[in-house]
Design a protein around this ligand. Structure first.
Ligand code: UDP
Ligand code: UDP
Length: 487
């Protein structure tokens, strides 16, 4: 006879995100899903957060999940172990190259890992398992093993990008985590095989920091990827039909032979936000015809330069489509100035387009927008959460990757039939993408019946993956994951 609900010991899971919205959101979703699956959940956050958006997301999550415990850990405030001069911490931003505050925060967070394990050891009941971010793995593994707590990693990018990085970093890596396979003297048009015979990625899609073994990001990912061999499981926010080839290759250990068990359980389900609902932009959307509006957003931390913003504006005008456009001009939201959108966009733009578009320069509720019937297309930077949110809704996408994993994610979008990607547009700030080509792509996304059909199919498949009655793969994987913790 099975255990009755009153005698069963539900697993206690500690959820440990690192920094940035792109890493926080999937952890909150996982926390919510585990909490609904009768797990006791403790959300561990390192405070203070870098952005206002993270603070808001955490407090919204906790107020709508009163059963979830929260454990705040102070950030380790010593100088970085890795030198952070502009050459090895930089990223391309709207203002040129400079240290990326999120990279520096990952470094600080990973140096706080020992504090986390100390606090985790004091929790009662002790955690049955920890789910941690990739940036924490190397700091966690040994300490958690000493405490006898299994460590699972939730990967916040595509399985394809994960395969690329782990293959490059682990197959060729030396002890100090350099990547001998990537050398700048090779042609940028060259394709890199991950692994040979399985898939190829053009070098132009590989994040530029990977070509510099001393870059803070390359070093952090290298040391943390090496630690992946010792975790108890690797969880992905992706689903079988969306990334079939890569997930199969990972499962069959074709990418890396010694990987621990993998659990693709995406698209992670949204958690209910009690405050979600009516905003000025949703009121405006209510007045627009079905599937007529293009939603444009480059995520939580990608700033565009003014020249490109204005070119995109002209492209929108030329395309003639209705639009809801979210603008960001700084990497961290705290730095955003309340300057005039009118000035930013060029005089007269708002006036000329007021009948068919709105521009917002603040945090929006993206899922509410994507759920709105008036929205028929999405221009995205291809952050993996946005990709999964579009996939879940079968929303046609114009992929405009800007940095990091985003070109590889854009490839996945195109391959799955969710959207189109113009490879020539380059990384953020690399070149000015002209209004005419932007307008053409916008029209293609909004007018293509074929794209609408294939994207809608992606949405159906995403729904099926959670269908418990018909063997939905993510549903099954989540059950397997929870069983592996209970056993
Ligand atoms: N997001 C949002 N409103 C915004 C900006 C972002 O709701 O104004 C959400 C978006 O829905 C997604 C996450 O923040 O869940 C951004 O993560 P993603 O991986 O797409 O991109 P990143 O921000 O890390 O570049
Ligand atoms: N990344 C990774 N493995 C992970 C999570 C992230 O390789 O498990 C990559 C991610 O895809 C991106 C980079 O780490 O290329 C930096 O992540 P960041 O948070 O800066 O990017 P974001 O998702 O916010 O755009």
């Amino acid at each position: 006879m099975g255990e009755s609900a009153s005698t069963k010991n539900f697993p206690h899971i500690a959820i440990c995100p690192s920094a940035g919205i792109g890493h926080l959101v999937p952890f909150l979703r996982l926390a919510s899903m585990l909490s609904s699956s009768e797990c006791k959940v403790t959300l561990v956050t390192i405070q203070p957060t870098l952005s206002i958006a993270e603070t808001n997301q955490i407090s919204t999550f906790l107020s709508s999940h009163p059963h979830v415990n929260s454990l705040d850990i102070p950030l380790q405030c010593q100088p970085p172990l890795i030198s952070t001069n502009a050459n090895n911490a930089s990223t391309t931003t709207s203002k040129g190259s400079g240290p990326d505050p999120f990279m520096l925060r990952y470094d600080a967070v990973s140096r706080s890992a020992h504090l986390l394990t100390h606090h985790l050891s004091t929790l009662s009941p002790p955690p049955s398992a920890v789910f941690s971010d990739i940036m924490l793995v190397s700091g966690f593994n040994q300490a958690l093993a000493d405490l006898g707590i299994p460590n699972y990693v939730l990967i916040t990018t595509s399985t394809r990008f994960f395969s690329l990085t782990t293959y490059l970093l682990l197959e060729g890596a030396t002890q100090d985590g350099t990547m001998p396979k990537l050398e700048l003297n090779n042609s940028i048009d060259e394709e890199v095989e991950i692994p040979p015979g399985l898939a190829t990625v053009p070098k132009s899609s590989i994040p530029p920091p990977f070509f510099n073994p001393n870059h803070i990001f390359t070093k952090m990912l290298a040391s943390n990827s090496l630690a992946l061999y010792k975790v108890n499981g690797i969880v992905f926010n992706s689903f079988n039909s969306f990334e079939f080839e890569t997930i199969s290759a990972l499962q069959e250990r074709k990418v890396l032979s010694n990987l621990p068990p993998i659990f693709p359980i995406g698209p992670l389900k949204p958690f209910v936000n009690e405050k979600q609902g009516v905003y000025p932009y949703t009121k405006w959307l209510d007045e627009q015809p079905d599937k007529s509006v293009l939603y444009i957003s480059f995520g939580s931390r990608t700033a565009m330069n003014q020249e490109q913003i204005q070119e995109l504006g002209v492209g929108l005008e030329k395309s003639g489509v209705r639009f809801l456009w979210v603008i960001k001009t700084t990497t961290v939201d705290k730095d955003e100035k309340v300057d005039s959108v009118d000035e930013l966009l060029g005089e007269g733009f708002l006036d000329r387009t007021k009948e068919r578009g709105i521009v917002v320069k603040e945090w929006v509720d993206q899922e509410v927008i994507l759920d709105h019937p008036a929205v028929g297309g999405f221009v995205t930077q291809c952050g993996w959460n946005s990709v999964m949110e579009a996939a879940q809704r079968g929303m046609p996408v114009l992929a405009w990757p800007q940095h990091g994993d985003q070109k590889v994610n854009a490839w996945v979008i195109q391959k799955a039939g969710l959207g189109v990607w113009e490879k020539e547009w380059g990384w953020v700030g690399q070149k000015l993408v002209k209004a005419e080509v932007i307008a053409d792509k916008i029209k293609e996304v909004m007018n293509s019946e074929e794209l609408r059909r294939t994207a809608s199919k992606v949405g159906e498949e995403a729904g099926k993956t959670w269908d418990a009655n018909n063997g939905g793969s993510s549903n099954r994987m989540l059950n397997n994951l929870i069983s592996s913790i209970e056993s």
